[in-house]
Design a protein around this ligand. Structure first.
Ligand SMILES: [Zn+2]
Length: 267
């Protein structure tokens, strides 16, 4: 185990570096803002969110996952043994689909999720742009997800790794070659697919909610395909640009919400 860790860390770092290089070499959308300051702000927000997740969410969810195993509790534990991993991960993933819809539709939750969406460009750093308090606001539902899904501790770790890798991948600005984005989007959330969700146009933002398995968008008929070169990324309200600064990003949920001006659909 101790020997495995550095290997896994090295592999993870190499994959991150590869994706960072690739999204610059093969961009999906033209970037509109200088990259440096955006990246620093997004990474700083990501670090504070990660701190909350590691300190509070991880220990609590692990405790529930151990209870699932011991008490044969939740969806996955009711399945035949070979299906438990897949059922647990899929149930966690579906819980995230529902939560993501709620973060847009419930005004209190949107206050926090808006901070993620105001990024005027999308790349790997956008995946880190979450409000630290958002991690606390989502915690009760996360605990319910783990309880209902019935994931055991090992499945929980696998789901977490899959989720984090997926979030980095589908926020990236990587243009996949030869129709691979379309093919992959039959199974998982892809960069072109999630780019549509970050559109300023309401019809486009209200689509492609998945953050792992794309199946849920097809099931709910919320899948939408749009040429990413035609998408205006961000939120179209009067405060969005000013709220990009670190200080205003952290305080934005606690100020009165600016009204958003609807933008015409890209297609
Ligand atoms: Zn969203």
């Amino acid at each position: 185990m101790a020997r495995k860790l550095p290997v896994m860390a090295l592999l993870g770092a190499a994959t991150l570096a590869g994706l960072w290089w690739a999204e610059r070499k093969y961009p999906l959308r033209e970037q509109t803002w200088p990259e440096g300051l955006r990246t620093v702000r997004n990474v700083a927000m990501g670090a504070s969110s990660l701190l909350v997740v590691q300190a509070i969410e991880v220990p609590l969810t692990e405790r529930i996952a151990r209870g699932n195993l011991v008490n044969s509790r939740g969806i996955a534990q009711k399945m035949p043994r070979p299906m438990r991993l897949l059922a647990g991960v899929a149930a966690m993933d579906y819980g995230f689909y529902l939560w993501h819809v709620a973060t847009h539709k419930v005004p209190f939750l949107w206050r926090y999720h808006r901070v993620h969406h105001i990024d005027p460009d999308m790349d790997m750093s956008t995946a880190m742009r979450f409000h630290a308090v958002d991690m606390l606001v989502s915690l009760p539902w996360r605990l319910v997800q783990v309880w209902l899904s019935g994931v055991d501790p090992k499945s929980l770790t696998i789901w977490r790794n899959f989720f984090n890798a997926s979030v980095l991948f589908h926020h990236s600005n990587l243009k996949l070659p030869h129709g691979w984005d379309d093919r992959l989007s039959m199974v998982i959330t892809t960069p072109a697919m999630h780019g549509v969700h970050h559109s300023k146009a309401p019809e486009e933002r209200d689509s492609n909610w998945t953050s792992g398995l794309s199946f849920w968008d097809r099931l709910h008929r919320t899948f939408r395909k749009v040429d990413n070169r035609a998408i205006a990324i961000g939120v179209n309200d009067i405060a969005a640009e000013a709220d990009l600064s670190l200080e205003r990003s952290f305080t934005a949920p606690y100020r009165s919400m600016p009204e958003e001006v609807p933008v015409v659909n890209s297609r």
